[in-house]
Write a protein that binds this ligand. Structure first.
Ligand SMILES: [Zn+2]
Length: 107
C-alpha cells in the first residue's frame, strides 16, 4: 500500500529538501527520502512529536486511490418557488373548413 505524505522535511542523510514524512502502521511519523531512498523511523511518541513539529505539513491531500470526495459544505440553497405547472395546450378549434367526408364519417 502506497502511503500518502503528511509533510516534508530535509532528508537527514542527503539533505534533499522535500523528503516525505509519512505514517507507519503504528501511526508514528517517519521520513522517506524520495531522492536517496533513506527511511528514518521515529518509533515512539516523543520522536514522532519532534518530527511532526519540524515537518512542513501537507495541506492539500492528493489521494493515490479513488476515495469518496471530501464533503464540501454546500451553501444554503436559495428557496426557489416551485415551477408553475405547464400551461395547458390551447384548445383545439375546429378548422374553419371541415371536409365534408369527415362529417360523414362521424355520423
Ligand atoms: Zn535523502
Amino acid at each position: 500500500m502506497k502511503k500518502t505524505a503528511i509533510g516534508h522535511v530535509n532528508c537527514p542523510v542527503c539533505g534533499f529538501a522535500d523528503a516525505e514524512v509519512k505514517e507507519d502502521k503504528n501511526v508514528h511519523a517517519y521520513i522517506h527520502c524520495t531522492d536517496c531512498n533513506a527511511q528514518t523511523f521515529t518509533r515512539n511518541a516523543f520522536r514522532d512529536g519532534q518530527l511532526r513539529k519540524r515537518m512542513r505539513p501537507v495541506t492539500v491531500t492528493v489521494a493515490d486511490t479513488v476515495t469518496a470526495p471530501a464533503t464540501v459544505p454546500e451553501p444554503a440553497a436559495p428557496v426557489t418557488p416551485p415551477a408553475p405547472p405547464p400551461a395547458p395546450p390551447p384548445a383545439k378549434r375546429a378548422a374553419w373548413f371541415t371536409p365534408i367526408l369527415a362529417g360523414v364519417a362521424d355520423a
